[in-house]
Design a protein around this ligand. Structure first.
Ligand code: NAD
Length: 420
């Protein structure tokens, strides 16, 4: 079996969990860890010892880690405003890189990622785990069978009550708070936009053209702090820039519209609000544990049906395989393990990843573009074409089990027919 050495940068809550799962992927050997906080870096060394039984090297400065020539790839789980820089430096140092999710702070950093990847031949993969979630993959599979007809409109959201995590950002040394203080826009678009983009072939025959964003007033964080930390808490009255609910509309070259909602400062159950609407039917994510419901034109009565029965029937072959192997107990129900497996497979074999630098740049750019649009009262702004025209007729993608551009049925064994 081929193996490769990995370095991990950013070992807080997410980084430590992702590093554990990465080490569970066959062929992965973590040899170095880094966090700017000593205690977190030390914790990284401890985790590697516990899982791999080896002594990883520890760094507080990621540039020192990148000087090593025995590392093939970097897993970066730092903060929204550091991912792009670390990705660029990693590729310049000759390493493939995968970055945790979050939006970009500027269009320029997205271009720099694209140009660096093209120049160095190293890939930059956004670790958009939701592309590998069970529901999203089953819907992708159903769409590949033509069940929704032609897709016209899509919706998704990041609707997650994160008031405690955001408000206690200083106490917990967490990266979100400053973003909510200073920015106002769609701060976290990719959990929904990633899988939605793959449904409509963004960057492969389709692309985002323009977007417009509007932000509501900001109230939720102040209310939470006063209730939980008291009226005298020093930032209880801080004038947060980020609106409680930010809505963004994207228009695509092939005519589809996409509605995104960012909603992390109000009391509410978790939802990604996934909605897929086509000429033959519609999928609608419900708020009760993302159960989902579905309606097709040929139903006898005008009633929704539960998605669960369709998901069982049209399970994506990757999920069938992983359910059979019993691996889907990892983080976020299994999608973390799958996205890390996809990254590791590409890095170990030195081949194209299923989410490439053009996807990464296009999805992440929605954040800084939405800030511009919201600042101008919802004015449409153009979305750059990071493929520089290649989207019109792209080179072929790499087929395989983790492919997100096609359901590569022939790559799976013992999968029953999925015909409707
Ligand atoms: N995909 C998912 O489901 C999911 C879930 C949780 C978090 N995340 C994402 O993962 C990322 C990390 O999340 P978190 O909750 O652990 O955040 P966090 O703010 O707690 O941790 C970030 C870590 O990165 C370190 N860091 C920042 N800049 C650094 C630098 N230049 N060099 C070395 N270390 C540096 C910080 O010291 C900190 O330990 C975020 O982008 C978050 O949005 C994704």
């Amino acid at each position: 079996m081929k193996t490769a050495n990995f370095g991990v940068i950013g070992i807080s809550g997410r980084g430590s969990g992702m590093m554990r799962e990465l080490m569970a992927v066959p062929g992965v050997n973590v040899v170095a860890v880094c966090d700017k906080y000593q205690d977190r870096a030390e914790n990284g060394v401890k985790i590697v010892k516990e899982v791999q039984g080896t002594d990883a090297a520890m760094y507080l400065d990621y540039k020192e880690l990148l000087k090593r020539d025995d590392i093939s790839a970097i897993l970066c789980c730092t903060t929204w405003i550091t991912h792009c820089r670390i990705a660029i430096d990693s590729m310049r140092a000759g390493k493939h890189v995968a970055i945790e999710v979050g939006g970009a702070a500027s269009v320029d950093e997205c271009w720099q990622m694209v140009h660096t990847s093209e120049k160095t031949g190293k890939f930059c993969m956004l670790l958009e785990n939701c592309c590998y979630d069970r529901n999203e993959m089953a819907i992708y599979n159903m769409n590949s069978l033509g069940m929704f007809g032609e897709i016209t409109h899509l919706e998704g959201g990041y609707r997650h009550d994160l008031r405690e995590e955001i408000c206690l950002g200083r106490e917990n040394r967490h990266g979100r708070l400053v973003n909510f203080m200073r920015r106002n826009g769609e701060l976290y678009p990719t959990h929904e936009l990633g899988p939605l983009s793959k449904l409509i072939n963004i960057n492969r025959g389709n692309r985002f053209l323009t977007l417009c964003s509007m932000a509501s007033k900001s109230r939720g964080l102040n209310v939470w702090m006063k209730k939980n930390k008291g009226e005298d808490y020093d930032i209880a009255d801080f004038p947060f820039n980020e609106g409680d609910v930010v809505t963004t509309m994207i228009k695509c070259a092939n005519g589809e519209t996409i509605l995104l909602t960012h909603d992390c400062s109000t009391p509410r159950p978790y939802s990604r609000n996934y909605n897929v609407q086509g000429t033959k039917g519609i999928y609608n994510e419900t708020d009760d544990e993302r159960a989902g419901k579905i309606y097709f034109d040929d139903f006898e009565r005008e009633d929704w049906k539960p998605f669960k029965e369709f998901r069982d029937k049209y399970e994506h072959p990757l999920w069938k395989l992983y359910s059979e192997e019993g691996i889907h107990a990892g983080g976020h129900g299994g999608m973390d393990y799958l996205v890390l497996s996809a990254f590791a497979e590409a890095a170990i074999n030195d081949v194209k990843p299923p989410i490439d630098v053009y996807d990464t740049a296009a999805w992440m750019s929605i954040t800084c573009l939405s800030e511009q649009s919201a600042a101008m009262g919802g004015m449409p702004v153009p979305v750059p074409d990071f493929t520089n025209g290649m989207w019109i007729e792209r080179e072929p993608y790499r087929r395989g089990k983790f492919c997100l551009d096609e359901v590569c049925r022939d790559c799976f064994e013992n999968i029953d027919g999925e015909e409707k």
